[in-house]
Structures are given as C-alpha cells and as structure tokens.
Design a binder for this molecule. Sequence first.
Ligand code: PGA
Length: 259
Amino acid sequence: MNKNRTPMIAGNWKMHLNVKEAGELALALKKGLDPDLKHEVLVAPAFTNLWAVNAALSGSKILLSSQDVHWEEKGAFTGAVSPAQVRDAGCTHAIIGHSERRKIFLETDGIINKKLKAAVKYGLTPVLCIGETLEEREAQSTYRVLETQLAGAFAGLKPGEVSKVVIAYEPVWAIGTGKTATPEQAQDAHLFVRRQLEKLYGKNYAGGVRILYGGSVKADNIDSLMAQPDIDGALVGGESLKADKFLRVIHFQEVLKAG
Ligand code: PGA
C-alpha cells in the first residue's frame, strides 16, 4: 500500500448464501469492524441479497456492490439487472469483468467496455477485474493480456469518466485454487497495470488509482500482499464468506513501505 491511496478490501460473495445468511454475515462484519478504520470495505452479495444486506449494513461504513451490471437502463433483457436498479438496491459500486463472467458467460472486452461506461454514467464506481490465465502466464503473455484487457475496457472513456474506477488484478490461476500469487508476482503485475494506466490517462491518474489484488487472499497472506507498494487492497472470494477470517483480512497489518 501507499499512504496516498486509500486501501479497499472487497468481499465477493459470488453465488453463495441465502437472504438470511447474507444478512447475518453483513451484521457480523458491521459488529466486528474497527470504528476507526480509515480504509474502505465493500461487500458484493448476489442480486437477490442486496436489499437485505443493505438494510443490515445501515449505520455502518461498509459499502455495497453488485457482482455485475447490465449496460442498458431498462428494457427487454431477461435475467439482467440495470445500473439504476442496483443503485436503487443500495449499491455504490459494481464489479465488472470478473474472470468468471469472462469465461463462463463469455463476456468480451467489448461487453465489459459497455458495462463500464454504463456504470460510470449511472454513478456507480466500477471495480474492473483483469487477469491472465495459467496458459497465458506460462506463454509469457501476462503483460500483453493485461494491456489488451485494459485498453478494451477503457476504450472511449475520457479521463474525467474514469476517475473513480478501481482495478482488481486477479490472475485466473489463483482464483479459488489456494494458489496465491507471491507478493512479488502481484507487485510486478500491479506496477505494469499502473504504467499502462499512465500511458492511457497520465501520471496523475495512474498514481491515484487503486489496484486491488484478488486470488486466494486469506487471513494469513493479506499482510505480506499489502506490504507491496502498488497493492492497494484485495478482492476476496472464499475467505470473505467467514466473518472472523474476513474481519482479519479487513484489519490487515499496515506495513507501510516507501513508494
Ligand atoms: P478467491 O476469489 O478469493 O476465492 O480466490 C477471488 C475472486 O474471484 O474475486
């Protein structure tokens, strides 16, 4: 982390928990949160649980995100949920381009670009996910993949429109596998992402944007990840479903390094 950027710890609850369980987890997090915590905490429940989690979080600083969002405001898009609808349910953020959406639901950089633009238009802060597969890493294509995903997602977005975007670097081979990238591997990718953003939008923007790491983040590896200068937080899947573990991730040890 870098003291000029506010860290963010986000929990992606994926397709887990019913209404009651999600509400209980939200309450436990609210109760366990250090009231003096300076950084941002975000949870992303399934669409059906947003309303209940929003109610449970009332009076707390924990922010609410959807796990995805459609690009249209309304209309005949069976199964989709619009930016206006997720805002109405209490969300301030929307995860966009998660690797599971890219792989299972065949979302392209073009679709992700439309979603990013729609989220920005409707005042949601996008948490844009990027990351390479194992094959791509082994073929030494990591940088090329990240560059393509960033250029595709940001196509046509002006500097003023991207000011709130949060990036999540999630190597696909580390998601749900227990194989975390080493802090050095993650730092290397984060620095590359920051340099790409500098090329796209300039030094000021790149220096201020938060880049989260995601992929098997746990209570016992968060501190070493956060000690890296370009890691500004984490997007946490499995470990965010257990209140005690996720609270430990949220309250990581702040090891400040110059940079
Ligand atoms: P994981 O998931 O922490 O379970 O690896 C991270 C993610 O998919 O965002």
